[in-house]
Write a protein that binds this ligand. Structure first.
Ligand code: FAD
Ligand code: PYC
Length: 417
């Protein structure tokens, strides 16, 4: 108990204070940087970290209008998997999975990545055909996956109801054992601390209000709190606000912003040690290390920038979960919240040059970008450093919306939005 008494407690508190002072020091911005990253979510912070670590570019500012990871990064249900259907996505998300597997060691920060496996349930013959097709495609891409029948699902999740008289009986599932969850805010903090240690300026409470350009070349940003900050390169990584930032730069993105919400139950004893998702009834659930059931479902169908959702969607979400786990009906909801997700027509991200030279966008991750955080940062940093789109990112450029080479992951990737 030494830790909780007298000097022990004081030492403990001081260590934490010093630690957070270092991560959260808010440097006054310089007048000019080599690279400005707009957005201090996981993707922006990861980009800054890899710029410094892998490319030696440390004169970097991350400008965040609120606090680190206060956007979707700390609002999501943290499902991490790489079981996407199409080769382009499989490469991207498997690159991420591999980075997740070493991330706590890389950052020397416990991001609590827990490879507890993800089940994507099938409730109809057609669901099972889609599952078989996706698992086969995954295995051809070197991604782990199995097709399970209902009894095998029950062996992994004893609480689930596989009886044939359910409205949507469970016929089977895909199972990715290497998939799992992580602690979302730790991911932002881990990248922030590591980037900060390499000399990156992480500047919170700094809202970009304008992107400055002349003759088609971007050269800086205007901010509400610190005025103009110049840079040779600007990477915009603002998720649901991407359309707003694109407007500042004088172009439009094929993106819609929608609320996506989630909820947690009161904490209960360990009852669920894997992640369960169902496209068909449309809900997903896992249990956090604190004991809360972490639950989510579909986007709210209207457009919006509010970080909250409608009551109607909560009702649908809970209905979906109770279809799978009727015994959870007496558990109470503890908290509910929402984020703003940026959806594209093919449910795939945009990692791209833009109509302005020196301005790059990384966005459109929609409902599925948490799992991509390490890869997104890694390939976006390479793109910014080398002035050339990273090979994995090439299929995700804006040009696909002009030449038609879309990668349609709608509903194919085990989540129906
Ligand atoms: P964010 O974390 O949103 O960061 C963008 C930052 O930009 C914000 O902090 C914002 O304040 C800042 N910003 C915006 N405008 C400006 C400006 N003008 N100036 C300065 N800063 C600005 N993905 C999964 O893989 N698995 C899941 O289980 C999952 N579940 C989800 C559940 C919910 C409820 C939600 C909302 C999302 C979910 N996602 C999931 C999606 C995932 O959260 C996002 O795709 C991902 O976190 C996006 O990260 P980001 O760093 O790009 O965005
Ligand atoms: O992409 O796996 C996912 C996901 C789960 C919940 C929201 N997105």
């Amino acid at each position: 108990m030494e830790k909780y008494s007298g000097f022990g407690l004081a030492r403990h508190a001081l260590k934490h204070h010093e630690h957070w002072q270092r991560v959260w020091r808010n440097p006054t911005p310089k007048k000019k940087y080599d690279v400005i990253i707009i957005g201090g979510g996981g993707h922006g912070l990861a980009t800054a970290y890899y710029l410094a670590k892998e490319h030696g570019i440390c004169n970097v500012a991350v400008l965040e209008k609120g606090y680190l990871g206060g956007g979707n990064t700390a609002r999501n249900t943290t499902i991490i998997r790489s079981n996407y259907l199409w080769d382009e996505s499989a490469k991207l998300y498997e690159h991420s999975m591999k980075l997740w597997e070493g991330l706590s060691q890389e950052l020397n920060y416990n991001v609590m990545f827990s490879q507890r496996g993800v089940l994507n349930l099938g409730h109809t013959l057609q669901c099972m055909r889609d599952i078989k097709r996706r698992v086969s495609a995954n295995r051809l891409n070197g991604i782990d996956g199995e097709v399970l029948d209902a009894q095998q699902v029950k062996e992994i999740v004893p609480m689930i109801d596989i009886s044939a008289n359910r409205r949507y009986p469970i016929i089977g599932a895909s199972w990715q054992p290497r998939a799992g969850v992580a602690r979302h805010d730790a991911v932002a903090w881990g990248y922030a601390r590591a980037a900060d240690a390499l000399g990156v300026d992480i500047i919170q409470q700094t809202e970009v209000t304008d992107i400055l350009y002349e003759n088609g070349v971007a050269f800086g940003v205007n901010t509400k709190q610190h005025g103009v900050i110049s840079s040779d390169k600007i990477g915009c990584v603002v998720a649901g606000n991407s359309g707003v930032l694109a407007k500042m730069a004088g172009f439009k993105l094929p993106i819609e912003s929608h609320p996506l919400q989630a909820l947690v139950s009161e904490p209960i004893k360990p009852i669920l040690d894997t992640v369960v998702m169902s496209n068909h009834v449309h809900g997903y659930i896992s249990q956090s290390d604190k004991g809360d059931l972490v639950i989510g479902a579909g986007i709210d169908s209207y457009n919006g920038y509010g970080q909250r959702g409608s009551y109607q969607s909560i009702e649908h979400t809970v209905q979906a979960i109770l279809e799978l786990f009727p015994t959870f009906s007496r558990i109470r909801m503890n908290r509910q919240w929402g984020g703003i997700v940026d959806t594209t027509p093919d449910a795939c991200p945009i990692i791209s040059t833009t109509p302005l030279k020196n301005l790059f966008f990384n966005c459109g991750w929609g409902t599925g970008g948490f799992k991509a955080t390490p890869a997104s940062g890694h390939i976006f940093a390479s793109t910014l450093a080398n002035n050339e789109i990273h090979d994995i990112a090439k299929p995700f450029s804006l040009s696909r919306f002009y030449d038609g080479s879309l990668i349609d992951e709608h509903g194919a990737a085990g989540v129906a939005h």
